[in-house]
Structure formats: C-alpha cells, structure tokens
Design a binder for this molecule. Structure first.
Ligand code: AMP
Length: 380
C-alpha cells in the first residue's frame, strides 16, 4: 500500500519507520529540500499550494495523511477528490483555528479554558473585561510551541502588548493556574473502533515540550475516563480516522482541554518503546483500515526532547534502557533535533535511573517532581 504524507519533518520520519515493517510504502510532500524524510523515502519538493506538485505527489497513492496541521485546507480538499485523506479535512479545519477548536470543545460539552474572540487588537480590552487578568492572548492561526502567544498580567502589559500586536485575529484565554499538563493520545479506526493510551504528564519550558512521563502518575480512573470521553466525542463527531492528541490542564482535580492536534504528537513519542503498539503504527493501522494495536504501556517511560543541541550519542547509549532518536536536522536554537526515551519496569525505578543521567540531562526542566508546577509563561 502506498501512503502519501504531507509534511516531511520528524513525525513523518517516524511514521515511515513504523510503516516499513508492515510492508507500507511512503511518499512525502514538503516545501523544503532539506526535510529529514529525504533520507528514507521519495519526496516531492514543492509548496502545499502548488497544484502541479500536489498532482505529482498524489499519483498512484492509496491514502494521504499529514504530519503537520498547518497544511492549507484547500490542498487537502484538492487531494481528497483524488485519494482518501485521513484524518478528515474537517479535523484539520477545526484544529487550525484556536477559536473554532475551543468552540468545538464547548459544543461537545468538553470543559475548556474560558475564552473570548479578539478579532483585532482594538477588541482586546472588551475580551479582558470578560476574562480578567492574568490572561493569555494567542493568534488564532499558525501558533505552535508557544509561538504567537502573550501572557498579560497587568493593565500596563495589556497596553504594551496592544501597541505591538500584529494585524491578526486572536483568542484570549483566562490564565489557568494548573497543577500540571496532561495529554491523551487517542486513535480511531475506519470501522469506528477506538483506543486510548494512558494519560501522559508533560513539562514545557517557554511553550516547548521538554519532558513527558508516561503513564502519568496519580491519575484516578475518573480523570483517565474524562480524557477518553472528551477524545471519543471529538473522534466521533468528526468521523475521525487516525491518531488525535488532546492537551489538558489539570486544575482543582479536573481537566480543562487546551488544544488538540489531528496527528501523531510529540507527547506520544514514548509509545515507540513504552507501549505495546506505538502511536505511529496505530495511526497507520487506522488509516489503512487495519485492526488497531494494543495501547497498553510497558512499564514507565520518560521522553526527553533534545532542543537546539544533542548530547554525544555514546553518552546516551551508555545509559541502560535509553533509546536515542535523532531526526537528522541541522542544530538551531529552539529546534527539536531528537528525543531520548528512558524506560524502567516501574515509575520508582525510572526516577532512580533519571537521577543517574549524565550532566547534559541535569537541568531544572528535567526535574521529576511528579507534578509540573512551573506554569511556564508562553512567549511571543
Ligand atoms: P499552547 O500553544 O496553547 O499549547 O500553549 C503552550 C503552553 O503555554 C502550554 O503548554 C502551557 O504551558 C502554556 N499555556 C497556554 N495557555 C495557557 C493558559 N490559558 N493558562 C496557563 N498557561 C497556558
């Protein structure tokens, strides 16, 4: 079976690596001639809005998916006339726009952060009258890894932010003093079968994911069920096929949905070694109409993102049960270059192994204090 993937970054790379043992073939479309997937699969280099490139990419494919949710929806509609596209374009439309995403959560009865639409900078004060301060202002589109966000704590900060804001539509949200951040990775097959991985605890710094712990500790069956119910509602409403991630804030013992990603997700990388079936394999199984694999965790895992710099490979590989993934990207500050997954039979043993990691990993953001109390301020 030939699968086309829109976007040629590390998520596409790991999808292909999971698909080769299943006998699947891949072709990628990415605007950059340096996209990491070029090393492992044929790639069409072209803009997502370039119809000739889309035609060339789609030729002979049986299914198309995406690893990047900012693919233009028009391109996906164009492809959907020629070949099956999963997850459905409606999921992409909802996830690309923070306002539509929040409205979808609200419509489905999924508790979310209190929000208001800010069509232009001049509407900011009105929105903040409803929400109060502190608040978080986010561009409606193209925000990721904390980019396009401003945290507003005082009327002075509101005034300064307003003067410097780009001419774009925004959403404003009440700032949530969360205890920790959790995410659920869910998957739905073509037959409507669903499966959910255990909740993951995520630690961010400057809006970028640094560390995921899986399964998250201290999660009651009710909280796990609330996350699964929320994901199931989204999956069924959108007639979704593939992997979906929803990120939550845990606050006063309940979950508030922050955002969703209609694709495999960074907080699911631990599943490669830490679950019976990885999120990548399950996404492929789903879009190919195959039975889903078990989402059960095998022991406890910590996934550490390598941002901007990577340690010596030999240093990582000398750690018992450490797995190194390098994405083949040129180092640049703030860039996700790879990840390390550390596994142990139990969370207690994982904590012990963590304590003996080499100096590269001895940083405050990798502190396993059980709950992320560093309510890191997003940055613009
Ligand atoms: P996002 O791009 O929405 O995932 O935001 C990036 C990070 O900023 C989140 O993972 C949180 O750490 C933080 N953040 C975003 N929205 C809020 C909020 N309403 N209250 C508190 N922190 C937030």
């Amino acid at each position: 079976m030939s699968i086309g993937i829109l976007g040629g970054g590390q998520l596409g790379y790991m999808l292909a690596l999971a698909g080769y043992p299943l006998g699947l073939r891949f072709r990628f479309l990415d605007p950059s001639p340096e996209a990491p997937v070029g090393r492992i699969a044929p790639r069409v280099t072209g803009d997502f809005s370039d119809r000739a490139a889309l035609e060339k990419f789609a030729h002979g494919l049986e299914v198309v998916t995406y690893e990047f949710e900012n693919v233009p929806v028009d391109a996906v509609h164009f492809l959907a006339k020629k070949v099956c596209v999963f997850p459905p374009p409606g999921a992409l439309e909802a996830a690309q726009d923070r306002l539509r995403e929040k409205q979808l959560f609200e419509k489905l009865g999924i508790a979310t952060t209190e929000f208001a639409s800010v069509p232009a900078a001049s509407d900011l004060e009105l929105a903040l009258r409803k929400l109060g301060l502190p608040a978080v202002l986010k561009t409606r589109r193209m925000g990721y890894d904390g980019k396009g966000q401003w945290i507003l704590r005082t009327p002075e900060e509101v005034k300064i932010a307003k003067e410097g804001l780009p001419r774009l539509p925004f959403t404003a949200e009440r700032f949530v003093p969360f205890t920790r951040e959790l995410s659920v990775i869910a998957v739905r097959g073509k037959s409507g079968e669903t499966a959910f991985y255990p909740l993951v605890e995520n630690h961010h710094r400057n809006g970028i994911l640094r560390l995921s712990l899986a399964p998250a500790q201290g999660v009651s069956p009710e909280i796990q069920k609330a996350a699964e119910d929320a994901a199931r509602k989204v999956l069924e409403t959108l007639n979704y096929v593939g992997v979906l991630a929803i990120e939550f804030f845990e606050c006063d013992g309940r979950l508030l949905a922050n955002e969703m990603a209609p694709r495999v997700h960074n907080s699911g990388h631990w599943t490669i070694e830490g679950a019976v079936t990885s999120q990548f394999e399950n996404h492929l199984r789903a879009i190919c109409g195959l039975p889903l694999g078990s989402t059960t965790a095998v022991g406890a895992s910590a996934m550490i993102n390598l941002i901007g710099e990577v340690p010596e490979s030999a240093q990582v590989l000398a750690i018992p049960s450490a797995h190194l993934h390098l994405y083949g990207k040129e180092p640049r500050p703030g860039r996700k270059l790879g990840h390390v997954t550390l596994r142990a039979p139990s969370f207690e043993l994982l904590v012990n192994r963590f304590a003996s990691l080499p100096a590269f990993f001895q940083r405050p953001e990798f502190c396993l204090d059980g709950a992320s109390r560093r309510n890191a301020a997003p940055r613009a």
